[in-house]
Design a protein around this ligand. Structure first.
Ligand code: GLN
Length: 200
């Protein structure tokens, strides 16, 4: 849909945030701050007309129950074949090959153990985001890591030898919470990918 007379090439992309459970409000705020038109996604019909989708952190088991209840797994896979998807923390687990199956990774839940269940670290992220403007401040909360991945997956950053950020095609996942640390560059990257994919 285009608005007559709107000349700006950087017009607001319309993106969704999976809003079944978890930290979707913080993602919404960050995306709106970056100029996006943000919609909550709770049922398959809500994916129509979106240029990209964020899958937030939270509790992956609960989120998967909601995805199954609403019949969202197939529609999410079809959407991700065409459009950028960005998963954070539990979102990484939801998108992995053992759950919705959008990324060819296997996430290990709560991988950093009980003692270090929450921590912060500066990451040098090679995503066109971390090297401009310094390292990415990453907040980890009972975070997963990437235990295995297929050949099409590019690991973008690791902690203790385990992948915590990865990309495959236009899907992007991180183990941490950029939406909580005021780190906008990953969301900016996602919105750039949405525009590049011709997203609405
Ligand atoms: N530990 C959570 C899970 O396994 C993920 C934590 C988070 O998203 N902050 O679902």
């Amino acid at each position: 849909m285009s608005v007559a007379g709107e000349a700006t090439p950087e017009r607001a992309p319309r993106v969704g945030v999976l809003a079944l459970q978890g930290g979707f409000e913080a993602h919404r705020r960050m995306l709106e701050r970056l100029g996006a038109d943000v919609r909550d996604v709770r049922v398959p019909e809500h994916l129509a007309g979106l240029g990209g989708l964020v899958v937030p952190g939270g509790e992956s088991t609960t989120m998967m129950l909601g995805i199954e209840r609403e019949g969202l797994a197939g529609p999410l896979r079809a959407f991700a074949a065409e459009r950028p998807v960005f998963g954070t923390c539990a979102g990484l687990i939801v998108l992995d090959r053992e759950h919705v199956g959008i990324m060819d990774v296997r996430a290990e839940r709560n991988a950093f153990g009980r003692q270090t269940h929450s921590f912060e670290e500066d990451l040098d992220l090679d995503l066109g985001v971390g090297r401009d403007g310094g390292p990415v401040r990453a907040v980890f909360i009972r975070a997963p890591w990437i235990a295995e991945h297929g050949p099409g997956v590019e690991i973008l950053a690791s902690v203790a030898g385990h992948g915590v950020a990865a990309r495959e095609g236009h899907a992007l996942v991180v183990s941490f919470h950029p939406e909580l640390s005021g780190e906008t560059r990953l969301h900016e990257r996602f919105l750039r990918d949405v525009r590049a994919a011709g997203g609405d």
